[in-house]
Design a protein around this ligand. Structure first.
Ligand code: AMP
Length: 249
């Protein structure tokens, strides 16, 4: 059984992003980029499934600029077997990503597709759902437990007030949540080994997919600065201020 994992190169989660002066976007020039944290969890899960003998191959795929190769090498160092890079300098929106992943899935025929529940740059939380729809495949989103069987996968999802269990017929698309696992620490020998693993290039043109953006980003702005708090002398003053100044009671 083959698993395909989508890994996105995003601004590292420790970086405080700044808005460009013209408010057209955030400024990602010269900032540290890393694998989307949810995608790291997806790779870890796939590698664990392979180590448990439940699957035979882990293929990782990334779409975007040349430097996505580094993200793919990280996934290979974590234990993935081979990588596919769809190289493009175009901005890819979730629908375009889903269509490209679908095109590659048609070639690769994985039984399981693992994605992050959301990319921490666009926070879209759309790609897995769109991909499942394009593939007419079962989907399990925000998954915190995966149990793989020969023709189905049981997943646990965190929902309001509890947990939901779903049985998905394969092939299935899963988007993973934070609590699924803790990704491993990559050791130096694994980084060296990863350099020798295959990394195949594909182009948007050869996959014949329309990646035209459907959404227009109008403006990006910093959140409003919070005003400083005040100290009140006693409860009477607090009540009076809430009543007369904040007008919330
Ligand atoms: P989003 O719907 O944009 O929040 O992204 C959800 C998930 O889709 C990510 O966690 C990735 O697994 C996958 N994904 C989105 N964009 C890309 C990309 N450019 N390359 C690879 N995977 C992607």
């Amino acid at each position: 059984m083959k698993v395909m994992v989508a890994v996105k190169r995003v601004v590292d989660y420790n970086v405080k992003v700044r808005v460009k002066a013209d408010q057209s976007d955030v400024d990602i020039g010269n900032v540290k980029m890393s694998m989307n944290p949810f995608d790291e969890i997806a790779v870890e899960e796939a590698v664990r499934l392979k180590e448990a003998g439940k699957i035979s191959e882990v293929v990782v795929i990334s779409l975007g600029v040349k430097q996505c190769e580094e993200t793919l090498r990280t996934a290979l160092a974590m234990g993935a077997d081979r990588a596919i890079h769809i190289e493009t300098d175009e901005q890819l929106q979730p629908l375009a990503v889903a269509k490209l992943l679908h095109a590659v899935a048609q070639q690769e025929q994985p039984q399981l597709l693992l994605l992050g529940k959301q990319a921490i740059d666009d926070d879209a939380n759309q790609t897995a759902q769109m991909l499942a729809a394009l593939m007419s495949a079962a989907q399990g989103t925000c998954v915190s437990k995966v149990e793989l069987h020969s023709d189905e996968v049981l997943v646990t999802r965190e929902i309001d007030g509890g947990q939901e269990q779903l049985g998905l017929k394969l092939p299935a698309v899963i988007s993973v949540d934070l609590r699924l696992n803790e990704p491993r620490y990559i050791k130096l020998p694994n980084i060296m080994q990863a350099k020798k693993k295959p990394l195949e290039k594909k182009s948007v043109a050869e996959l014949n997919v329309d990646i035209q953006p459907r959404l227009i980003q109008l403006k990006v702005a910093e959140p409003k600065a919070r005003t400083a708090g005040i100290k009140v002398a006693d409860v009477a003053e607090l009540v009076s201020r809430l009543k007369n100044e904040a007008k919330v009671i």
